[in-house]
Design a protein around this ligand. Structure first.
Ligand code: GRF
Length: 239
């Protein structure tokens, strides 16, 4: 999905996309910036604690953005409840016949509502389905995810348990752009979490979760501010 041949992608280009071309009395075309807020579409299947951290940071102004829409493939997901409690637009879309991905109809429905909501950035917050072709093409370079390990170690399910079973002394969480692979896109930010001698999967998972609630809002804020660019696989933060 990314042009890996060292193309520089300036995420602040997201802002330029919102520029309006207006014709003045002199018949010259000038670019007038549309100052509407950066809009985030969130997808999740579970409790939605990462969503809550991001939504609260938007409300507090720490992230210069607004949540445009929250979508879930699980009708009773906590994330939808948390969104509605915050008076945000929240919608369940049936995922279709597959277990680990959206079927074609569902994928088209997700893309359509996110386009209608004019989402600038798609934030995956515990969304348990792999996104495929049409979705990735529709929002190329504008989808981010959080994963509960220091990628590229321990991609896939129950990453905290994988880390514990492997015996690493340090694990953590990673925010990354989403590409066609599983947990494989360019890394935006990482936060470490030590593994303690008496850790059980749940205790380690809880501490990683806590770190996620700091890391994810800070990465989303940097993207919304246009402070992040990509060179090949490397994500560069503006100083
Ligand atoms: C988090 O652990 C995240 O790393 C993973 O899914 C979980 C979502 O948790 N991708 P929550 O729904 O945000 O509480």
């Amino acid at each position: 999905m990314f042009d890996v041949e060292c193309r520089m992608m300036d995420v602040s280009g997201l802002r330029q996309r919102r520029g309006l071309r207006l014709r003045g009395a002199s018949n010259k075309t000038k670019l007038v910036t549309d100052h509407r807020t950066f809009r985030i579409g969130v997808l999740g299947s579970g409790a939605g604690s990462n969503f809550a951290a991001i939504a609260d940071a938007c409300a507090a102004g720490t992230i210069p953005a607004q949540i445009a829409l929250v979508l879930s493939d699980v009708a009773e997901a906590g994330i939808l409840e948390k969104a509605r409690a915050r008076k945000l637009q929240a919608q369940f879309i049936a995922p279709g016949k597959f277990r680990t991905k959206l079927d074609e109809t569902a994928e088209a429905a997700f893309v359509q509502v996110l386009r209608e909501a004019k989402a600038d950035l798609i934030v995956l917050a515990g969304f348990m389905r792999v996104l495929k072709g049409e979705f990735l093409r529709a929002f190329e370079g504008r989808i981010v995810n959080i994963h509960p390990s220091l990628l590229p170690s321990f991609p896939g399910l129950e990453a905290w348990k994988q880390a514990l079973d492997h015996g690493v002394r340090v694990t953590g969480c990673t925010v990354h752009f989403v590409d066609a692979g599983v947990d494989s896109g360019p890394i935006i930010g990482q936060q470490t979490v030590p593994v303690l001698d008496d850790d059980m999967p749940e205790t380690l998972h809880q501490r990683i979760h806590k770190a996620e609630h700091e890391l994810y809002p800070s990465c989303v804020a940097a993207i919304a501010r246009g402070d992040i660019s990509i060179s090949g696989r490397r994500v560069i933060w503006k100083k």
